[in-house]
Design a protein around this ligand. Structure first.
Ligand code: NAD
Ligand code: GLY
Length: 356
């Protein structure tokens, strides 16, 4: 088992990564406040891992809430329904919430934990690549609003993150591949050595080779932990983690959530950002080609849907959380392994890359 920590003073917490960690009572116990535990999961993950999780927690009073699967249930209505259940069942402030699932479950269960009786303990047990390398770490929790994704939420850190890499064995291949976009993101924006390591290990990663997967997840979590420790509430460097997301969110919104997976859209967004960086003279052509090649090796898309032109992107980008004073703030790579935030990109530059 590998371990690392997110250093946030009194709110610091460990991340454990390895095989069969769902069965490790010790990892859970150290984070549980008192007797009562509520596991929040969904109807896809529950048949796979709920029983195992409940067995591990048999020394506690454990109950569960099983939500319907999907981004479309990451809503205020679901949030309210969970709170209603907790209140009816008289859960008190010493409750511990366990989020068992992908990013949707982690985000909504985390937001419930942040709000229920002004905050109760919670444990992230991420079961997708995306959740294991990104969403379970760093404390962003949210639900969607009809006017925008993740628009209602809180920064609220978990007590611990328990990452069982065996869960990835049941993940549909398309979901695995989509999660790889967030992995590639860390290499492009922060760590050239990791980018090269990914290039050298494509086949082993695709084959879920345990040591390689553990290293990959650990490196992503370590980068995220390093960034979050410096900038928990995204006033600066944390924004780098949004590489590709401004364009990606526009693709997801335009195509209808669920038709393009988040990671697929982010992969295209990373390529658009790299090409814009090239037109601004920030990055070498060869590096843009290397980024596109790695994205392709993981079978991720690198071009937007054919009919989606700049005007379609612009419509959604104005609503993006990264717009400040009407100016779109783009995260652009300045080489493989470094990046920065730019507020001076002309519409012409974006149009020339995306197409009119
Ligand atoms: P998801 O939670 O919808 O999971 C993807 C699919 O895989 C779902 O159908 C799910 O039921 C299924 N699944 C989960 N684990 C499985 C397993 N082990 N085996 C089989 N099936 C499994 O999607 P996701 O990609 O994990 O997360 C996307 C969400 O994360 C979005 O809502 C996004 O906004 C959010 N997000 C949050 C942050 C953050 O920092 N909080 C960062 C990135 C993304
Ligand atoms: N996924 C981006 C962040 O957590 O900041």
């Amino acid at each position: 088992m590998d371990k690392l920590a997110v250093q946030l003073g009194a709110r610091s917490y460990p991340i454990s990564i390895g095989e069969n960690l769902l069965s490790s009572a010790k990892l859970f116990e150290s984070a549980i406040v008192n007797k009562k535990v509520m596991i929040i999961t969904n109807n896809v993950v529950a048949p796979l891992y709920l029983q195992q999780c409940e067995k591990t927690l048999q020394n506690f009073q454990v109950e569960h809430i099983i939500l319907p699967d999907g981004e479309k249930y990451k809503t205020f209505k679901t949030f309210e329904a969970i709170l209603n259940t907790l209140l009816k069942k008289k859960y008190a402030r010493d409750t511990t919430i366990v989020a068992l699932g992908g990013g949707v479950i982690g985000d909504i269960a985390g937001f419930v934990a942040a709000c229920y009786q002004r905050g109760v303990a919670f444990i992230q047990v991420p079961t997708t690549v995306l959740a294991q390398v990104d969403s379970s770490v760093g404390g962003k929790t949210a639900v969607n609003h009809p006017l925008g994704k993740n628009m209602i939420g809180a920064f609220y850190q978990p007590q611990t993150v328990i990452i069982d890499i065996n869960c990835l064995k049941t993940l549909p291949k398309r979901e695995f591949v989509a999660g790889m976009a967030e992995v590639i993101k860390y290499g492009v924006i922060y760590d050239r050595n990791f980018f090269d390591w990914l290039n050298d290990n494509v086949d082993d990663i695709k084959a879920l080779e345990a040591d390689k997967i553990t290293y990959m997840i650990k490196r992503c979590c370590a980068i995220k932990a390093e960034i979050v420790a410096q900038d928990e509430k995204e006033h600066g460097i944390r924004a780098l983690l949004n590489l590709g997301h401004t364009f990606g969110h526009a693709i997801e919104a335009e195509q209808g959530y669920g038709n393009w997976l988040h990671g697929e859209a982010v992969a295209v967004g990373i390529v658009i950002a790299a090409k814009i960086a090239l037109t601004k003279g920030l990055i070498e052509r060869e590096e843009v080609e290397q980024i596109m090649l790695l994205i392709d090796q993981f079978n991720l898309p690198s071009a937007p849907p054919e009919l989606m032109k700049y005007s379609h992107f612009a419509k959604h980008m104005q609503l993006d959380k990264k717009v400040l004073d009407g100016k779109i703030r783009l995260i652009l790579p300045t080489s493989i392994g470094t990046g920065d935030i730019f507020s001076d990109t002309s519409e012409a530059a974006m149009q020339s890359v995306i197409g009119l």
